[in-house]
Ligand binder design. Sequence first.
Ligand code: B12
Ligand code: SF4
Length: 469
Amino acid sequence: MVSVGFVYMNSGPQLSMGVAYISAMLKKHGHKVTLWDTYYTTDKDIINQIVNSDAEIIMVSTNSLSFNHAVSITRGIKKERPDIPIFAGGWHTIVDPDEMINEPSIDLVCIGEGEYAALDVVNDIRNGLKNVSKIPNIWCKKNGNIIKNRPRPLSNIDDLPFPDRDIFNPLSLMDRDGKFFFSTERGCPYNCSYCCNRKMIELYSEVGSSYVRFRSVEKCMEELKQIKKRWNPKEIFFIDEMFLISEERVKDFCKAYIREKIGIPFGFMARVEKINDGIAKILKEAGCCRIHFGIECGNEEMRKKYLNRIMTNEQIINAFDVCKKFGIKTASFNMIGLPFETKETIRDTFEINKRCQPDSFQVTILYPFKGTKIYDTFKKNDMLDLTARMEETYYDSYITKNPNLSFSYLKHQQVFMELYFNYSKFFAHLSKIVPLGMLNFYMRGVSFIYKRNKLKTLISRMKKYLPKI
Ligand code: B12
Ligand code: SF4
């Protein structure tokens, strides 16, 4: 048995499905896993506790936004305990493994999915990590050199043990609205320019593996029944990139959901092209209560040119109408601050949402991640400002410069739209008295206060107690 310390860079109180799967795999093979979660513990406490623990290896899971924070923790640990190997994985390692392995406090990185790679590394600990330079998916340092092993062909997700939710703080198991995360699939076949998914597709095509993989309906039902018995959540949310990829599978899934009497309302994210009356009816009968759609940008041309999202406004409107018809709630996800965005294209995003009337709405200022096509577009056009503000969520990070629009204009439009659509009935009444342009102008004061982090967090926490207007 090896004692593993896992540091999870958590910007919200949310579990990481990746950490949960890796922990399950390690525990299944007799290892001990202790989690340190940055949402609940200060860096100082994490470092102190780890250096005084029995951990024989430290694993760190970080995305790109929390990379700097992760490094400040790994450096703190390395300073006190240079003898403990530090092993990093997660999305920043996937999009920029070079930056990760060149960080002096990191000894090993995992360039893709981690369950089997982590197991091989942990099994090699007692051997003094002599074999790591041969473990697929692992990059490591040896005698001053960096060894870059090939990717490991992808596994069948049905062969993995069910994710270990027990290592997390129970508050992380559900989001603020009580949605319990569940995974039925991995990967997505689309190629949106701002999505890191492409990195995984490219990585695994090198070894002939398809990144898009499904769990069998039987395995999903078995895990769902366990979850129902143990936690009985009021809603399940499938965190799959693409729950609706295969209509046939969704039909089988829904039939089984009814047959096995799971009975918990569920929701998921989907592409608008994938919804129609037939599938919506089946979903509704099985208990589907909400679908999250990415509209992203209301201007068709811009959506296609810069985001590589090839869908029409008509398809978007139809998806929202179909959901409304079947009583399925909708959420709309949007981005502003696209390359060469103008006031008019932001207005298009506003208008399409006004037409779609989502039940909930989110708009972020586009944050281009390294390794994505849109990052290259911003870079090529000298529209990146890497000295700019970076926080651990993309709601508060902004690293682009737009030739047409200032940051404060974008921020104001973000806040205006968030308030307008999340309190749409109130604003619909108000805009009968005050013209929309004027309303938008007078909201500047509100958005200035709202964008101060503390107030924003407070409002989002209070949201669930506020009456829906
Ligand atoms: C569902 C989802 C969410 C959910 C649940 C997230 C969760 N923590 O599980 C919610 C909505 C909460 C969410 C939030 C965020 N997300 Co998100 N999310 C996803 C999505 C669609 C699926 C994630 C998933 O569950 N995958 C399946 C699991 C099994 O895989 P995994 O978590 O990647 O873990 C595997 C590997 O990464 C690796 N691994 C991970 N950690 C480690 C550690 C070690 C030591 C090793 C060896 C391996 C390893 O092994 C794991 C198992 O194979 C991905 C897109 C995608 N393609 O994955 C985006 C994605 C991961 N999210 C992203 C982002 C940016 C965020 C936020 C920062 C957004 C924000 N709020 O600003 C937050 C951060 C959340 C946090 N807790 O800190 C980006 C990350 C980009 C990047 N370069 O960093 C992605 C890739 C989307 C994108 N833009 O392309 N997200
Ligand atoms: S549809 Fe979603 S998951 Fe798929 S590539 Fe586009 S943004 Fe990524």
